[in-house]
Design a protein around this ligand. Structure first.
Ligand SMILES: [Zn+2]
Ligand SMILES: [Zn+2]
Length: 345
């Protein structure tokens, strides 16, 4: 029923908008790919509707802090639209996709893509909702370790800092990432989906679920899922702790980072990186405060990308985020330095 409705919407969107545009631009040889891409566009439109219609009112109802920097929020909206409405995907199609296709056929030739996770226990793991949960768990575990790497390796942190430098975190902040960071992460996810044999139709659903939970967990929203709930699913309180300006997020190891999980806090609990103490804290990177040098991470899309590349190129070696023996106290930034998160206005 739902699948039928989505297919009809996909056809309608393709025939009324995408197909005429493609003909007009002389790109009719890509019509088949564009039809598949229309489903991603549709998923993005549905997500934007949910963000504005559902999460937006929640943010206005119980905000963690007043929105004072509207310019930086508007920039996060741009990041989100680039991602969810297909611009990023179109760019990938013309740049990285040929590489992915080459890699996929290499995997195929090596017989590495013949395995299907949902065939693990026939009759159980091939039930649609069971396989969906299994896929989500696998992708989430990959995301957890990629996120740990983003905080551990200096060159990856240089890119990931774009995401953490937002001091006005809202439901639009999830896609505020360096494009190179997104390419690396997406390539990893595509590779894993090939290795565990995720059907393309389910892949879109999985990505959409993950993106919506990520959007919600960045919301400027005073909402916890309760003692048990916040151990089952990542929510705004759990992820805000990860963005806290009160510790040096570039510090290697758990000292510099907590609550890395995207969907399931299970991984943080398992690998001892979960933290549930404290309240809703102000977000940002410790060295943005005057006491730690007021580092500039850029105010616009291009400056944020350029400064990240400069930070990355300036690193000698690709080792840990900080040489051993020079570790800063992770709690050297006091709330007085940063201004506590204010109750919503
Ligand atoms: Zn992070
Ligand atoms: Zn985040």
């Amino acid at each position: 029923m739902l699948t039928d409705l989505l297919t009809r919407c996909q056809e309608w969107l393709f025939e009324t908008l995408i197909q005429p545009l493609m003909f007009h631009a002389g790109l009719s040889s890509f019509l088949e790919d564009a039809y598949d891409g229309t489903l991603w566009l549709l998923a993005g439109v549905i997500q934007i509707i949910v963000i504005i219609g559902l999460i937006g009112p929640l943010e206005r109802w119980r905000p963690v802090e007043a929105v004072t920097d509207r310019r930086s929020v508007r920039l996060d909206v741009v990041y989100t639209l680039i991602h969810r409405l297909g611009l990023f995907r179109i760019a990938l199609f013309f740049t990285i996709d040929p590489l992915w296709d080459a890699l996929t056929s290499k995997l195929h030739l090596s017989g590495l893509d013949g395995w299907h996770l949902d065939q693990l226990w026939v009759g159980v793991t091939d039930v649609a909702w069971v396989s969906l949960i299994l896929y989500l768990l696998v992708f989430d575990l990959v995301d957890y370790f990629y996120h740990r790497a983003q905080h551990r390796f200096r060159w990856l942190w240089a890119l990931h800092a774009v995401h953490h430098s937002q001091r006005q975190m809202t439901m639009w902040s999830d896609n505020r990432n360096h494009l190179l960071d997104d390419v690396i992460r997406d390539s990893l996810i595509v590779l894993v989906s090939q290795l565990i044999g995720v059907p393309p139709g389910q892949f879109i659903l999985i990505v959409a679920i993950m993106q919506l939970v990520e959007t919600f967990s960045h919301a400027n929203l005073r909402m916890s899922f309760g003692g048990l709930g916040q151990r089952l699913l990542v929510g705004p309180k759990f992820h805000r702790k990860h963005h806290s300006i009160h510790y040096d997020a570039s510090e290697p190891g758990p000292k510099g980072g907590y609550n890395f999980a995207v969907l399931f806090p299970l991984w943080d609990l398992l690998f001892r990186t979960a933290r549930y103490d404290g309240d809703y804290e102000p977000t940002g990177i410790h060295d943005q405060t005057p006491q730690h040098g007021s580092r500039d991470y850029g105010q616009g899309f291009f400056s944020q990308h350029w400064l990240a590349l400069k930070r990355m190129v300036g690193i000698r070696g690709v080792g840990w985020t900080r040489p051993p023996g020079r570790r800063a106290d992770p709690h050297t930034v006091s709330p007085a330095d940063t201004g506590d998160a204010r109750p919503g206005a």
